[in-house]
Write a protein that binds this ligand. Structure first.
Ligand code: IPE
Ligand code: IPE
Ligand code: MG
Length: 249
């Protein structure tokens, strides 16, 4: 990716809802699974683009905790696709120094997929480059609940004082522990909703929606999203004057 964006305008953490695979396929009279296959290609391009732009962390929503509601055939096709994509791509990710982590309830997956996930995480654990978080069987509410369960058991065991619990401690119990909060949220496919993605973590993310269907999302689309992000003024509750250092905002 040719990087014409100033360094400080590049989001540190980009979180993407990769939506529109099914509609892309349907428009071409193809089975939905073909759309998901093309979606993997788009993900590869975006990983490369974010890596070369200097993004520190990329989170891709691959399968939500609600996606089990889809037809059996689509769900099992997606599971095989995850397995084959991990088998095919993990060595290249390692070569590019990408550190991979899976977030979500992995106990919902087959033992062989859980083992593959663990293997890829172990293989790239020493990688110091971009962090790639794959949200699989992920739900924002699940993430908050599992953190609450930990908090509750720590309080019950007398290890934590409920009054002392603060946002930073709680954030550290979420599956995204150790990565900065998303700066830029991208959703392709035209829907304007969060669909139970990073509910807590996106409190101050800049939201970017595009009608482009995920299989068609390429490096230029990513540059467009970054250019849009670069024009936003992030105020975090302050006034425009405060964040622009007194200059007219
Ligand atoms: C997103 O594409 C991929 C997954 C949810 C796995 P969709 O499959 O939701 O595509 P549309 O929304 O039906 O077009
Ligand atoms: C969100 O997309 C989940 C992923 C992209 C993995 P969906 O297509 O499942 O979202 P809804 O159901 O339309 O909100
Ligand atoms: Mg969808």
């Amino acid at each position: 990716m040719t990087n014409t964006t100033p360094k400080d305008a590049v989001p540190r953490h980009v979180a993407i809802v990769m939506d529109g695979n099914g509609r892309w396929a349907k428009a071409r009279y193809l089975p939905r699974l073909m759309g998901h296959h093309r979606g993997v290609e788009a993900a590869r391009k975006v990983i490369r683009g974010c890596n070369s732009a200097g993004v520190e962390c990329l989170t891709l929503f691959a399968f939500s905790s609600e996606n089990w509601r889809r037809p059996e055939e689509e769900v099992s096709g997606l599971m095989s696709l995850f397995m084959s994509a991990l088998e095919r791509e993990s060595a290249a990710l390692f070569r590019h120094n990408v550190n991979m982590r899976f977030i979500g309830d992995r106990s919902g997956f087959s033992v062989s997929l859980q083992e593959k996930i663990q293997q890829v995480e172990a293989m790239t654990a020493s990688c110091t480059g971009m962090r790639l978080l794959i949200a699989a069987n992920y739900g924002g509410r699940w993430d908050i609940l599992q953190a609450v369960r930990t908090v509750a058991s720590q309080i019950a065991a007398g290890e934590l004082d409920a009054v002392a619990l603060d946002e930073a401690t709680f954030s550290g119990l979420l599956s995204t522990n150790g990565v900065p909060e998303p700066d830029l949220f991208i959703r392709t496919g035209g829907e304007k909703r969060i669909s139970n993605f990073l509910m807590w973590q996106m409190a101050y993310a800049e939201l970017y929606f595009t009608d482009v269907l995920w299989p068609e999302f390429d490096e230029q689309c990513l540059r467009d999203a970054f250019a849009d992000f670069a024009c936003r003024q992030r105020r975090f509750g302050m006034t425009g004057e405060q964040v622009s250092g007194g200059k007219h905002a």
